[in-house]
Design a protein around this ligand. Sequence first.
Ligand code: CLF
Ligand code: SF4
Length: 498
Amino acid sequence: MKYQLIGKGKVEIPRGGCRAKVCGSGEDRLQCLSDEVRHKVRDHPCYSEEAHHYYARMHVAVAPACNIQCHYCNRKYDCANESRPGVVSEVVTPEQAVRKVLAVAAAIPQMTVVGIAGPGDALATPERTFTTFRALFKSMPDIKLCVSTNGLALPQHVEELSKCNVEHVTITINCLDPDVGTQIYPWIIWNKRRIKGKKGVEILLEQQQTGLQMAIERGMLVKVNSVMIPGINDEHLKEVSRFVRQTGAFLHNVLPLIAEPEHGTYYGLTGQRGPSREEFEALQDECGGDMQMMRHCRQCRADAVGLLGKDRGAEFTLDRIEQMEIDYEAVRERRAEVHAAIEEERAEKVCRKLRTNVVSLNSVSVGKKKNPRTYRPVRMAVATTGSGIVNQHFGHADEFLIYEVSTEGSRFIGHRRANRYCSGSGTCGDNHTALRYAVHQLKDCKAILCARIGFQPSQALEAAGIAPHDEHSMAAIDDALAAVYKEMLENGEVEELR
Ligand code: CLF
Ligand code: SF4
């Protein structure tokens, strides 16, 4: 190795969790964690795949400036570390941010986390970020606080983050090797001076690694984001993932580069491509190993509000929330009730899963009682609006969740964007482009589970080898997937493993 890592291998892992490969990202994974860590992640929609079906997050865009330049960023757009390209509707002051959080907490009681993720870097304008965090910690202590940063200023602010009760820290680490870094970062601002090239990159990487260690030592749950840039850091990210695992970070989140000429970024204008879906999934699998990988990231906007993938930010613009009078004590009681009901539902789901799913799949009789474990897993898509239930019409879906289903149960793979097939205006049948796109997006799936589906889309999907299922409407996703897989096994539709 031709570069130095900071304190590699020296950090104690505080999470108390098991590292068994069997741990998934859902409830089974949660059961492996210490009580303290489980408490921190069980209602954080980014840190727990299972939680993202139930709980929402919001970002307050209080951080307009940045202290580095990434070749994939044009700050007219959101921070590409934590967002999809799109202009932030409005940068808010700390006071406006608190007001906005109050409004969202009242309207969306499932909102459990407030994050600061841009549109610049949260720690490049620390006074704005910390004024916001302090006020939120004081007035709404039941809401978790989360920050996302490029890491340059993390070491000098980690103590203050800890004092503000920020338990979740995301650091974007795209490389460990400065020679790779020079192809990603042209300059940084350090001690009020612009430092270009390798020297600047070396400072950035050292700060990132030091900040990562310091945050972990203070008991924060650290997630590392890495942007996959084909031909630049794609191979190198496997090494980054190993490093992340060794430091004791909780989660690694590899994101695909989004680079379009219209975004005006260096990569967009120079033709740097993002990864294909196949390349991206292959890297996620390779980085996985016994490391917990995040697969449900939506690359959200720096002002996103709501469940991941279901943005409601437009409902909470400053002009809309100005007149609201909110009594937080009443809101807090209501939120506690809603959270208790969600937890009851989740507990009931776990019991039901233990009683039925695996048992029923493992005991399914296929032909002459062959062992069903010798059958291939199958990919299936689900249309859902949340709560872990198959509850969305095919034509209303903006995205589909993708699972790999086998006799062992179901494993979340990721999400696929969709364009709504049905506008609700009675013209669904004409929306061939959206339908073609959905078929393309689901081409590796054998089934789509939704609340309802019309005749035309059913036909188009079936012709592409994707079986539509709306008979499990309102069933829990895991149960519905298991039932469809079982049916496929019984019908001899699942390929046998040799
Ligand atoms: Fe926001 Fe990030 Fe906190 Fe989540 S997002 S600051 S950890 S509360 Fe989540 Fe959005 Fe992905 Fe970020 S889905 S982009 S990982
Ligand atoms: Fe843009 Fe974020 Fe990079 Fe700063 S750290 S240049 S805001 S992507």
